[in-house]
Design a protein around this ligand. Structure first.
Ligand code: HEM
Length: 419
């Protein structure tokens, strides 16, 4: 819908490039949104803001960083000590990475709870899974850049996993490294990828939002809007709600930046990389821990496939299986509010993910090995057995007739009062 401007400059621009009506149709008064979105719907826009912070701080860090094994570690030290506000740039970037994963994990669990992955939002969900993969790749290569002990050994362990692939595995690893160990060529290419991938993420986010805008947001009830009384304009209702959420989130984020900047980090990464000294306990960043636990849960060779390869298949499979979620869940009801069995399985899945995270953070010994195996078992069973079964067996629930009917006082719903 074209906007009529009095201001001649705005009018001139709008006539040639209808950018203002585009914004208004996307996040303005002309974008209808379900009237009942709760705070769990804040997390997508929060993730978008953190992506912006990461890109901006990253560009300024790159101006002062040196991607060479002889200088990388001290160039980061210089950023911390000598570059004006370098410490702030680095702490915002480091903690921003952790925040990005916290927000996106919450965003995904929200989608799973309210069935946002179901028709017609399957592709929106799948683009989300590709976003997660791109984020993981970016975080992995980024962690190598400071060239600390954990950078080096994390990169060595994870890239070595590809050697489990039969016949071509060793060649793939050499190709990834650009040599015969993690060394200068590896650091250089990881820096190139770490600079490139965020822009790919940005492009994917644009497509993600495009897909979102076709069928609009799902909502806590999971039912389709029936008419205009179910919707409210994005602006001012959700702009103000997003800004409020942003303010609360910034307090949380900046608390870590200013008061506990190394909370999510690893002390060993303040020791320069040394290929001759292996740390006693190599752990990835916290957001990889559940997947790391799945990787290590496979301890026996099975069906002529060595345990190590099973681990690699399990780890990648645990992310890729999310792509199939819209088809594994056959239930027509979206929201877990109306699916008691699914709700129970979901919360166990959530707790199970925390257990996997804990197991991933600990050395694989004794009882923890068994616990990791059970938790890995539940992770996959949730997708391939529990969800399909629950969606077939669950008794049908009565859904509300409309969003307005469910969330407004009866009188208000009839008279339109308060709209
Ligand atoms: C860079 C990371 C991401 C950004 C910036 C992002 C951004 C957004 C935004 C702004 C929205 C609309 C607001 C909201 O519903 O919260 C949204 C919706 C959605 N996103 Fe994401 N997203 C990201 C990653 C993901 C991932 C990893 C998934 C799933 C694997 C995902 C799945 C969805 C779904 C299903 C919706 C629709 C939700 C609904 O309407 O109920 N997103 N995203």
């Amino acid at each position: 819908m074209a906007i009529e401007f009095k201001n001649p400059v705005l009018k001139w621009i709008e006539y040639r490039l209808p950018i203002f009506s585009f914004i208004n149709d996307s996040v303005g008064t002309n974008y209808p949104t379900p009237r009942n979105l709760n705070y769990w719907w804040n997390f997508g826009s929060l993730a978008g803001v953190v992506l912006g912070i990461l890109i901006v701080t990253g560009i300024f860090l790159a101006m002062n960083y040196t991607a060479n094994v002889d200088y990388a570690f001290i160039s980061v030290e210089r950023i911390m000590r000598d570059v004006n506000y370098g410490w702030l740039l680095r702490y915002l970037h480091m903690n921003g990475g952790s925040m990005f994963f916290i927000l996106v994990y919450i965003h995904m669990f929200r989608g799973m709870y309210y069935g946002s992955y179901k028709a017609p939002r399957e592709l929106l969900w799948m683009i989300g899974v590709f976003l997660l993969l791109a984020m993981m790749a970016t975080a992995f290569v980024g962690y190598v850049l400071p060239w600390g002990q954990m950078s080096f050994w994390g990169a060595t362990v994870i890239t070595n996993l590809f050697s489990a692939i039969p016949l071509i595995g060793e060649s793939i690893v050499t190709w990834l490294w650009g040599g015969f160990s993690v060394d200068n060529p590896t650091l250089n290419r990881f820096f190139a990828f770490h600079y490139l991938l965020p822009f790919i993420i940005f492009g994917l986010v644009v497509v993600h939002i495009w897909a979102l805008h076709v069928h609009k947001s799902n909502n806590p009830l999971g039912i389709d809007p029936k008419g205009p009384e179910d919707m409210i304009p994005f602006h001012p209702y959700y702009t103000i709600k997003d800004i409020f959420g942003m303010a609360v989130f910034m307090v949380f984020f900046l608390w870590f930046v200013f008061f506990a900047p190394d909370f999510f980090g690893e002390a060993d990464n303040y020791i320069e990389a040394n290929p001759m000294v292996t740390p006693t306990h190599i752990v990835p960043e916290w957001y990889f821990l559940p997947f790391y636990a799945i990787l290590r849960a496979f301890t026996v060779d099975f069906l002529w496939i060595p345990a190590k390869l099973w681990g690699v298949i399990g780890m990648f499979g645990s992310v890729l299986i999310l792509l199939f979620l819209p088809w594994l869940d056959r239930s027509k009801v979206r929201s877990a509010k109306f699916r008691p069995y699914y709700r129970m399985a979901f919360w166990i899945f959530f707790a199970n993910s925390l257990v996997l995270g804990y197991v991933g953070s600990q050395p694989p010994e004794g009882f923890l090995i068994t616990l990791g195996q059970w938790a890995t078992g539940y992770y996959f069973a949730y997708f391939v057995i529990i969800i399909p079964l629950v969606s077939l067996l669950e008794p049908a629930r009565v859904l509300p007739d409309s969003i307005a009917q469910a969330v407004m006082k009866p009188v208000a719903a009839e008279t339109g009062e308060g709209r």
